[in-house]
Design a protein. Sequence first.
Length: 346
Amino acid sequence: MNVYIFLLLIVVVVIDVLEASSDDITKQHYEKSVLKNHKDITRIKEKLGQWKNSVVTKLTSSETNHQKRTARHLTSKRNSVGNQPITLTELNKDLLDVLYQVDMFLTEKQWDDFLSKTNGKNRRKRQASSSSFRLWAMPIPYYIDTTTVDAHTKDLIEQGVAFWQNYTCLRFTELTAPSSPCVQFIKDNGCYSYIGYNRIIQDLSIGVGCEHFGIITHEINHALGVFHEQSRYDRDSYITIDFTNIQPASINNFNEETNTTTTNHNVPYDYGSVMHYGEADFAINPSIPNIYAKEAYQQNTMGQRFKPNFNDLLLINTHYSCLENSGSGTLPLFFTIEYPISETLD
Ligand SMILES: *[C@@H]1O[C@H](CO)[C@@H](O)[C@H](O)[C@H]1NC(C)=O
Ligand SMILES: *[C@@H]1O[C@H](CO)[C@@H](O)[C@H](O)[C@H]1NC(C)=O
C-alpha cells in the first residue's frame, strides 16, 4: 500500500517537473521571440511593474468598493454566441508581464508618459494624437512576414486591412519588404500590437488562436491609436466593475484612461465595440461576470470579436478626420455593419 502511494508520488513529482520545464521552455521562447526587437525589455517590465503598483491602489479605492457591492445585485446570462475565439486574456496569458492591458505593447517613452501621469508628476496635457501617441500618415505601410504567417492567416489579415479601408478614409499599402515605419504582421506567441504610430517597424502579432477576423481588426485598431472600450474615462457611467472577482495580479488591466490623455471624439460608449473586454476576463470565478453593464440588456454584448461595429468605425473616421473630407467620395454616406447582435439578446 505504502509502496503504491510512494510510486504515485513519484509519478506526480515527475509530471510536475516535466510540466515546469516545458513551461520554462515556452517562457524562454516568448522572451526571445516577442522581445527580439526590444533590447529595452527589462526596463519596460520594470516600468510596467511600477505602474501596476500605483494604479491598483487607486482602482480598489472606497468608491469602487461601493460600486462592487451594488454590482452583486445585478444578474447576467453568460455570453452564448457561437464561433467566438477564446479570449485575448487566455491567448496572451504568458505575456502579461510585458503588455499593457492584455495586448498592447507600449514603447519605453509611452510607459514614461503613463508613469508620470499616474504619479501626478509632470502632468502634461496631450491629445491622443500628440506626444508619444501619433496618427499615421496615409497610406499606412504594412508588411506581412510570410516566413512566420501562413497563407490562410495572411488572407485574413488582408481582409482585416480591407475592412478598415472599406469603411474609413484610411488607406493602406502593402510592402514587399519591411521598411520603417510600417506595421509588420508576424506570427509570434499571442495577439498584440503597438498602440498608435511609433515611427518604427512595429510588430503586430497574430499568433496561434488569434487568426480570427475580429481579433485581427481589433489589433489593427490598436495600431491606429485606439485603447480598449472599457478603459474609457467615462466608463463608470456605463459599467460596474466587481474588483472582488478579478485575479489580484491582474487588477491593473482594469485601469481607465483620463480625459487629459485620451479623447472619445463624442462617440457614444458602446458595449458592442470590438475593443470591449468580455464580461469575465481575468475573473477569479469565470462563471460570473466582473464587468456588469449598467444597461443590463447589454450584458451579453460585451466582448464580441466578430468585427468592429458602427461606433468603432465612427471613432476612427473622426480621429483621422475622415468626416471632414467625406465630399471626396471615399467614405460611404451610410454604412451598416451587421453582426449577429440579435443572437446575443434575450
Ligand atoms: C472591401 O471592399 C471590396 C470592394 O467592394 C470587397 O470586395 C471586399 O469584400 C470588402 N472587404 C471587406 C472585408 O469589407
Ligand atoms: C476631466 O476630468 C476631471 C477629473 O475627473 C474633471 O474634473 C473634468 O471636469 C473633466 N473635464 C472634461 C472636459 O470632461
